[in-house]
Design a protein around this ligand. Structure first.
Ligand SMILES: [Zn+2]
Length: 110
């Protein structure tokens, strides 16, 4: 049975800072990187914070995959050509990202 909400999103819990806010922060970042809508991230956050630490952990574990190896998924989708590419510059997920400078130029052109 696999009822994890976003099984493709991987967040390592074991061996990392076990602080509730730190865990939640990493989950939010991972979800943002996976382009999960902000309302859904907010809903997860609200649910996770609605009770005690154990509830937070179980919410996190039902939301993202916490069992796999930490795998830095640096693939982004180019805002211009829709291709997946490796984000060498660790560009912020809030900004449009591009596979090449050319695509960036095209995107910002009138
Ligand atoms: Zn591109």
């Amino acid at each position: 049975m696999n009822d994890i909400l976003y099984p493709h999103v991987n967040v390592k819990i074991v061996g990392e800072d076990g602080n509730a806010f730190s865990i939640l922060g990493r989950v939010q970042k991972a979800l943002e990187r996976a382009k999960v809508p902000k309302e859904e991230i907010d809903a997860v956050t609200e649910d996770a914070m609605s009770s005690d630490y154990n509830h937070l952990l179980s919410t996190v574990m039902n939301t993202v995959d916490t069992t796999g190896d930490e795998e830095e998924e640096d693939l982004k989708v180019c805002a211009w050509c829709d291709q997946e590419f490796e984000d060498k510059y660790d560009q912020s997920s809030h900004e449009p990202v591009f596979c090449s400078d050319d695509c960036g130029v095209q995107f910002y052109k009138d």
